[in-house]
Design a protein around this ligand. Structure first.
Ligand SMILES: [Zn+2]
Ligand SMILES: [Zn+2]
Length: 257
């Protein structure tokens, strides 16, 4: 079980994580939690955030402790027709990102349309998995809290509506492209919008992906210092469904010197 790894951590600089997540503070907390291998993956939703990413890289360059750090970024799907994501090759090169994680961050629906939402989400996840810039599909079936509260996703108490062909297709594409699928603690396991029925189905969903050859990553998706270390829950979740360590992806650390 890789409970020493966390491949999805945000920082205070972009402003999605809160002020507790300064780079020195989060690295110190990782050390205390026994997390030895991490990826820093703040959001890049628009190109004007690139200079801030370079500041984060400077913060990481100043670190002299034992943690192995991979320099990464989290991108969003910005076009629901094509599934295009919020980064291009030039931007990956400019910032020197060595690990790109990404996925849809919205339903793009305003009405509760079960079939429509599931089919669109599947199409967008497929586009992300097939995107050669992306190494990891993040938090499948995560949706923002507001979309449950406004009723768009009130029906989503489990994953019974996800057709098996979707699972087959996603797994096949992930294996063919070498894209990992993320097990995310904050978005899924500790997310109060998902009850026991959803969690049970999610484990079955991951097991189905595993049996079809998919590899996974372990992450906290921490936005607050007290969530650093929750990646251990994700490692346990994968362990419970029988995923061995050789199916857990750990990228090489980046050289910040
Ligand atoms: Zn995300
Ligand atoms: Zn995230």
């Amino acid at each position: 079980m890789r409970d020493d790894v966390d491949l999805h951590i945000h920082t205070a600089r972009i402003g999605c994580a809160n002020e507790t997540m300064t780079v020195p503070a989060l690295l110190e907390r990782c050390e205390q939690e026994g997390i030895t291998t991490i990826a820093i993956t703040d959001h890049l939703n628009t190109p004007d955030q690139l200079p801030t990413h370079l500041q984060i890289k400077e913060d990481l360059r100043a670190y002299e402790g034992p943690i192995k750090i991979t320099w990464g970024v989290e991108v969003n799907v910005i076009d629901k027709d094509t599934g295009a994501v919020s980064i291009n090759e030039e931007q990956v090169e400019e910032a020197g990102f060595e690990f790109v994680i990404g996925g849809p961050h919205s339903t793009y629906f305003t009405e509760p349309d079960i079939r429509g939402i599931i089919d669109l989400q599947h199409k967008l996840m497929m586009a992300v998995v097939n995107n050669p810039l992306v190494d990891v599909l993040v938090h499948p079936w995560w949706f923002g809290r507001g979309e449950f509260e406004n009723g768009t996703l009130a029906w989503m108490t489990d994953l019974q509506q996800v057709p098996e062909e979707h699972i087959d297709e996603l797994a096949e594409a992930a294996v063919a492209t070498g894209t990992a699928i993320e097990m995310n603690a904050c978005a899924i396991i500790t997310n109060p919008m998902y009850g026991p029925a959803f969690q049970e189905d999610y484990k079955r969903y991951l097991r189905d992906l595993y049996e079809r050859g998919v590899s996974f990553t372990v992450s906290s998706d921490a936005h607050d210092i007290n969530s650093v270390g929750r990646s251990k829950l994700a490692a346990q979740y994968l362990d419970e469904i029988g995923v061995p360590d050789d199916r857990i992806v750990v990228p090489p650390p980046s050289d910040f010197s």
